[in-house]
Design a binder for this molecule. Structure first.
Ligand code: DAH
Length: 343
């Protein structure tokens, strides 16, 4: 084959090469150490001496022409391949993204945190206690001995005669009082789950949440309790609430009161939610019974205290307009979604 023939054959192949890989093979085929151009070089050996320089020159011209064509094609193919990759790897930023769902804060936790925030702000500490509790803390220390009729007020889940699921967070209050060893002052809240053998319906649940408050010190009065609860009502239900005490009975407080707050829906005029009365009952409270102080190692002649216990479901139902207590415990996403912090 002449150098011209080889050159034009190579150029045809180079132009037909569809990708860089094929082009690389063509380069090896023609310009490689054992390639076709080298074969032409080798053929020079057979030629008479005087023809060698001219022949050598022709092979060089052919070699350079092939190398030039290869480089040019390589550049063109590189651009083509880059464009193809860019096209294939294009990200369509207008496509809808993956929907991420976030967990929501449970409304009862929201209420609990709100209460914690506002009482911590007044210097209270937050105390906890076990849900599986001893009869002693749940009843005995709270001035409810074994045969006391008040035990019937709270249908109890017993685990054995001395162990039960706590029926009220008052049990935590008793633990804290006992653990203080007569040391004043005491200023705490204790939120937590409680259990009672109730049949579940729109207003009853065998499991619910309470938050207790307890302050013991010198000269603590009913007026302090009233001021504290007024502050809490304003913060939880909006400024301008009024507070009303009605006499009541709890074994662990004397006097005991039932506390109403002026209806946050009608401002006290009377509506369907407050059943026309203008007031809504929100909690039980009172002055810590002297006998409770005594049993826990405090001298009732030297100190006094107030306590209150509020149901978190009740607060949440009023605050968010929820009409069925079971909604808190059925894990229905549609319900929980209403409290989504990210919407
Ligand atoms: N333990 C009471 C209950 O579960 C609520 C309560 C009333 C708690 C008065 C108190 C209190 O601390 O002083 O019904």
């Amino acid at each position: 084959m002449t150098t011209e023939e080889l050159q034009s054959q190579a150029v045809r192949e180079i132009e037909a090469a569809g990708n860089l890989e094929d082009l690389k093979n063509i380069r090896i085929k023609y310009l490689g150490k054992k390639g076709l151009v080298q074969d032409l070089m080798n053929a020079m050996r057979e030629l008479p001496k005087e023809e060698k320089p001219a022949y050598g020159q022709k092979v060089n011209v052919c070699k350079q022409a092939i190398a030039g064509a290869l480089d040019e094609r390589q550049k063109a193919l590189s651009v083509l391949e880059l464009n193809k990759r860019l096209e294939e790897e294009k990200i369509d930023i207008t496509l809808a993204g993956d929907q991420r769902t976030y967990g929501t804060m449970h409304p009862l936790m929201m209420i609990q945190q709100e209460l914690e925030d506002l009482f911590i702000g007044m210097g209270y500490k937050v105390a906890e206690g076990p849900e599986v509790e001893q009869d002693y803390y749940n009843f005995e220390l709270a001035n409810i001995p074994k045969d006391h009729p008040a035990r019937d007020m709270q249908d109890t889940f017993y685990i054995d005669p001395n162990t039960l699921l706590r029926t009220h967070t008052t049990a935590i209050q008793m633990r804290e009082l006992e653990a203080a060893h007569g040391q004043l002052p005491i200023k705490l809240i204790c939120p937590g789950k409680v259990y009672r053998r109730d049949d579940d319906d729109a207003t009853h649940s065998h499991q619910f949440m309470q938050c207790e408050g307890l302050v013991v010190g010198e000269h603590v009065t009913l007026a302090d309790l009233k001021g504290t609860l007024k502050f809490m009502a304003d913060r939880m239900f909006g400024e301008g609430r009024q507070i009303r005490f009605r006499p009541s009975y709890f074994p662990f407080t004397e006097p005991s009161v039932e506390v109403d707050v002026s209806c946050p829906f009608c401002g006290g005029k009377g509506c369907s939610i407050c059943k026309g009365s203008g007031w809504i009952e929100i909690l039980g409270a009172g002055m810590v019974h002297p006998h409770v102080l005594e049993m826990n190692g405090f001298d009732p002649a030297k100190c006094s205290g107030f306590a209150f216990g509020v149901g978190l479901e009740r607060v949440a139902m009023l605050k968010y307009g929820i009409d069925d207590i079971r909604s808190f415990y059925t894990d229905d996403k549609r319900f929980l979604k209403n409290f989504n912090r990210f919407d």
